[in-house]
Design a protein around this ligand. Structure first.
Ligand SMILES: C[S@@+](CC[C@H](N)C(=O)[O-])C[C@H]1O[C@@H](n2cnc3c(N)ncnc32)[C@H](O)[C@@H]1O
Length: 215
């Protein structure tokens, strides 16, 4: 029996419509193929605590798609820090085939899975890096640095400061609005904008903070 069924496909296309994210037939197929790999590898690799495939559509695919309108408005060279099982980086790489996405994680099991996804889905716009982010030294700054469920805003800024410049946007995907974490934001970072996200099928609050470096 296939791991992904018509119900998942319907929920994905309905949810994407609610998010005003346009899915081409190729991106819809890519997202469902990714979901099937996530379900299959999760059993052995512990990629996500979400075990129920029905929940994965909203908690992983649609949640990742909820930042698409913000990513669309920004540059073309992205880093997903602490990408884990590939959220939000894999859905974004599928949605934006003309942009480059680097998915980084310090856990070798996770990066092995991400490399497998790259190969199976033929995602030529994806680079996978196995490293702690603090030790990562790419050749050029990223235009966007995104993370979901990674760290406090303070650590996210401090550990990735060297990976961006004055033009870079840092996108932090959060649950509740992180009032306390904002108090500890390093002096050279400021919040450019904050957005409450509505993710179809997800209970609880979701927020996106967009940061810039000022110095
Ligand atoms: C809670 S998971 C979140 C995964 C994914 N972003 C998601 O939302 O499902 C956090 C990930 O960050 C990685 N991580 C933690 N500290 C890191 C560091 N300093 N450098 C790189 N990756 C790190 C962990 O290995 C883990 O895969």
């Amino acid at each position: 029996m296939s791991l992904v069924n018509q119900r998942h496909a319907d929920e994905l296309s309905r949810g994407a419509q609610q998010l005003a994210v346009e899915l081409t037939p190729q991106s819809q197929d890519g997202l469902l193929a990714y979901l099937a790999l996530l379900i299959k590898w999760n059993k052995a690799y512990n990629l996500t605590a979400v075990r129920d495939p029905d929940e994965m559509v909203s908690r992983h695919l649609l949640d990742s798609l909820s930042v698409v309108p913000y990513v669309a408005a920004l540059g073309d060279n992205w880093l997903d820090v602490g990408s884990g099982g590939g959220m939000p980086g894999i859905p974004l790489a599928i949605l934006f085939p003309e942009r480059r996405f680097t998915l980084l994680d310090s856990n070798g099991k996770k990066t092995r899975f991400l490399t497998q996804v790259k190969l199976e889905l033929k995602l030529d716009n994806l680079d996978v890096v196995h490293s702690r982010v603090e030790a990562f030294t790419p050749e050029r700054p990223f235009s966007g640095i995104v993370s979901r469920a990674f760290s406090s805003l303070e650590d996210f800024s401090n550990w990735t400061r060297h990976l961006g410049d004055g033009e870079t946007r840092w996108l932090a995907m959060k649950g509740l609005h992180p009032n306390d974490e904002l108090q500890a934001l390093p002096a050279d970072f400021r919040v450019e904008s904050a957005h409450q996200l509505e993710v179809p099928g997800c209970q609880g609050q979701r927020h996106l903070l967009i940061l810039r470096r000022t110095l």
